[in-house]
Design a protein around this ligand. Structure first.
Ligand code: SF4
Length: 83
């Protein structure tokens, strides 16, 4: 039981540390996704933006066609919003 609590605490700290280290604009969508509150679309968005080092234009340009998320990735067009 004590071990489980310790593990959960470590996971929570890991999430908090990660959120603190990312650009503020992407923090809430990440926290929503890891807490299960985001839509699948927004969770994919959070994953892709992290994958590309928080550079939105890189997600737009992503050509990794063997990634299972490629056809679902956000920002398919340069002007796509963060909504
Ligand atoms: S689709 Fe591209 S940006 Fe999204 S997770 Fe896959 S490789 Fe990364």
């Amino acid at each position: 039981m004590k071990k489980e609590r310790k593990k959960k605490k470590e996971q929570k700290m890991s999430i908090t540390d990660k959120a603190d280290s990312m650009p503020k604009i992407y923090r809430n969508s990440y926290l929503s996704a890891v807490s299960g509150k985001a839509t699948p679309r927004n969770a994919i968005k959070a994953f892709c933006i992290e994958c590309m080092g928080y550079i939105r234009s890189e997600v737009t340009k992503c050509e990794t066609i063997d990634c299972p998320l490629n056809l679902y990735r956000p920002y398919g067009k340069a002007g796509d919003s963060d909504d």
